[in-house]
Design a protein around this ligand. Structure first.
Ligand code: CP
Length: 328
């Protein structure tokens, strides 16, 4: 694998490899100095044409904790504003000597197009409605951490599937690891066709709340809606929102609740529900850093480092300059 544009680039074995490696990087992130030198000398660029809090910051933290240099590109303050094309922007950035581009864009396919132009590694940080592969990886890791495995687990993905790149990557990843996935949404918030999707469909959230191991809530992506797809947000919340009553039933049945963030409290999830102990949203964010360390390491680290093993090889070492950083 030279780029990560889709969960398809990994398959079940690749996902399992990322999750195994993530265990080692969780150990690194729990150290007093959460830093190793595995990617020393490499430069990672976060190239975000669309807003982000979690993905951008966790990729930047992951790269720094691996000893890489980080460059941050902000579309809003770049020469794109003066009419420079994306292709010329990529050529300009690559001329400075970089190794990886983490790309987010509002249009599907832009990271793949950039990968055709660029000689650096390209990682999809979310493109339009298409995919968000590292979100799916951190979601798999979080489920595995909480429930042991995805094999045979029943997962309901609830809400605005139509506009969700997270849903598209999650469905592939969860199914690849053996989960039984059900989409719960009104027909207007489902994709026009589900041919090829390894999922079941249910229109009544109350029918699944007590029957699943994972309730995965999606954000209502109003910025991507060009027409009214639900009669009103109030009605959507009543039928598909995780109300306190539904949350209590799910909790009693042992389900965990996930959400990729950012949450619309009071829409897809009741404000007070979001802080319940079986809601693992903070775990998802926390796991995003070691998962992205694993992805960066697999794409940019040397095979020798891998063969040496994360525990005993370069991944396990705290470099001298990291200790010096702390000593000041
Ligand atoms: N889940 C996610 O992609 O969040 P951000 O938009 O904050 O990166």
């Amino acid at each position: 694998m030279t780029d990560l544009l889709s969960i398809d680039d990994l398959g079940a074995e690749g996902i399992a490899e990322v999750l195994r490696l993530t265990d080692s990087f969780v150990e690194v992130t729990n150290r007093p100095i959460p830093r190793v030198a595995a990617l020393r000398g490499k430069t990672v660029v976060s190239l975000f044409f669309e807003d982000s809090t979690r993905t951008r910051l966790s990729f930047e933290a992951a790269a720094k904790r691996l000893g890489a240099d980080v460059m941050t590109f902000s579309a809003g303050s770049s020469s794109l504003k003066k009419g420079e094309s994306i292709r010329d922007t990529i050529q300009t950035i690559e001329a400075m000597g970089v190794d990886a581009l983490v790309v987010r864009h509002a249009s599907a396919g832009v990271p793949a197009q950039i990968a055709r132009w660029a000689s650096s590694v390209v990682i999809n940080g979310g493109d339009g409605w298409h995919e968000h592969p590292t979100q799916a990886l951190l979601d798999c890791y979080t489920i595995q951490q909480r429930l042991g495995s995805l094999e045979g687990r029943r997962v309901a993905i609830v809400g605005d599937v139509k506009h969700s790149r997270v849903a598209r990557s999650d469905v592939k990843a969860f199914a690849a690891l053996g989960a039984d996935v059900t989409l719960v949404a009104p027909p207007t918030l489902l994709p026009p066709t589900l041919v090829g999707w390894p999922v079941g469909v249910e229109a009544d959230l109350d029918q699944v709340v007590e029957k699943v191991d994972v309730l995965y809530l999606l954000r209502m992506q109003r910025e991507r809606m060009t027409e009214a797809l639900v009669p009103s947000l109030r009605e959507y919340t009543a039928r598909f929102g995780l109300t306190s009553e539904r949350a209590a039933r799910a909790e009693d049945a042992g389900a965990i609740v996930m959400h990729p963030g950012p949450m619309n409290r009071g829409v897809e999830i009741a404000a007070e529900v979001a802080d319940r102990p079986n809601v693992v949203v903070v775990d998802q964010v926390r796991n995003g850093v070691p998962v992205r360390m694993a992805v960066l390491f697999l794409l940019l680290g040397s095979r020798r480092d891998l063969l040496d093993g994360p525990a005993g090889g370069v991944v396990g070492e705290v470099p001298e300059e990291a200790e010096a950083d702390v000593r000041g």
